[in-house]
Design a binder for this molecule. Structure first.
Ligand code: KG4
Ligand code: ZN
Length: 353
């Protein structure tokens, strides 16, 4: 007989509040209901203010839980566990989701499955575009290489099986999403900058300016973006107030090209070291069309299966947390409300030990 696992999932690690109900029935993982509320109060400050973000999470989280549960059609007796992002992230934000999960766990007498935000992103790559379900990785899919690029992270993770992570490359300074946001600010665009830069880049010439491709030949999988950021800043300062719209587009396109080239060089290096059967790409920056296309081309050339997060699930959401939740519940990652806590910083490797 098939065992059904159903989790209510909560995500609040940064400035998006997510709630979802995800179910695993045998081999099929389905999304029964989902909701994300993105905060729009941070545009004025050009970045997320942790205490302000936490207050916004507090306002919406309880009604969201109620609405998502109703939409899912699942009775609370049939929920097996509450999956919640416990780390990493902004402490005040994380605490709101963790506290909500604790309260539900206590009142409903259900266990909690703690989830690392990055493993959520990893699993979001398996979700299917326009369909509320997840792709099943057959046994021959391992090892897999997960590329996670967001506002807070730029990393390559080797997975030899489900829920097993080894970080094989990371940024030494800025995350790629953060650099997109900073370059957008230099060009006078709003926050978040990634979507604005990629839109502007459509009208630009990617060869108009030559920006450095950081650590392209470094023979490791580490990234560094402070040099690229400074090079763009110098160029923008050089052009000064006289900068016109075409030059802004050219800077956006040339910057995006440098990012794509640097990630492509690292990916080529990674696949030359290990014969990966699968490449997963996710995180906020996975919404970038140029980068999606570039990684897909490399995967195709190496005949490696490629999965990228659906566009609407590249950013933070609870569907990905619920997806990890059902697998982790089955694997026995089950805690009581007393045993979990929010942690601002902990690596995915240490977390999953
Ligand atoms: O995963 P996410 O929602 O939050 C973090 O955990 O960081 O990622 C947000 C980041 C922001 O830096 C945003 O500028 C970037 O993802 N981003 C993009 C695009 N859409 C969002 N970067 C480049 N191109 C995009 N189309
Ligand atoms: Zn994220």
């Amino acid at each position: 007989m098939k065992k059904i696992v159903t989790v209510l999932a909560i995500e609040s690690s940064c400035d998006d509040t997510g709630v979802a109900v995800v179910q695993k029935n045998g081999e099929t993982v389905s999304v029964l209901a989902e909701l994300v509320t993105s905060q729009n109060i941070h545009e004025a400050t050009g970045g997320v203010v942790p205490e302000a973000a936490a207050r916004e999470h507090e306002k919406v989280i309880s009604p969201m839980i109620q609405v998502v549960l109703e939409k899912s059609g699942i009775q609370r007796e049939n929920i097996d566990a509450i999956a919640v992002t416990t780390c990493p992230g902004l402490m005040p934000s994380l605490a709101v989701g963790v506290q909500a999960a604790r309260a539900l766990s206590y009142v409903w007498n259900k266990p909690i499955v703690p989830v690392h935000h990055i493993e959520g992103h990893v699993y979001s790559a398996l979700l299917v575009e326009n369909e509320p379900k997840s792709y099943q990785l057959p046994a021959k899919s391992w090892p897999a290489l997960a590329i996670i690029i967001s506002g807070g992270h730029t990393m390559f993770i080797r997975m030899k099986s489900h829920l097993q992570y080894e970080v094989i490359g990371e940024t030494r300074d800025d995350a790629i999403g953060e650099v997109f946001d900073k370059v957008a600010r230099m060009l006078g665009l709003g926050y978040p900058g990634g979507p604005k830069i990629s839109k502007l880049a459509e009208a630009g010439n990617p060869n108009a300016f030559h920006f450095p491709r950081p650590m392209e030949h470094s023979h490791n999988l580490d990234f560094s973006y402070s040099g690229l950021k400074t090079a763009v800043l110098y160029q923008v300062c050089d052009l000064g107030d006289a900068i016109d719209d075409q030059q802004k587009s050219d800077i956006a396109a040339s910057f995006q090209q440098a990012i794509c080239d640097s990630v492509a060089a690292k990916l080529e290096y990674a696949v030359a070291q290990t014969e990966y059967k699968t490449i997963l790409f996710a995180g906020g920056v996975a919404a970038n069309t140029a980068l999606r296309t570039r990684i897909a081309q490399i995967a195709e050339r190496h005949a490696t299966a490629f999965h990228v997060a659906p566009l609407h699930l590249c950013g933070d959401n609870a569907v990905m947390i619920g997806e990890v939740g059902v697998y982790a519940f089955e694997a026995g990652r089950i805690k009581t409300w007393r045993e979990i806590d929010a942690t601002a910083k902990i690596s995915i490797e240490e977390f999953s030990k």
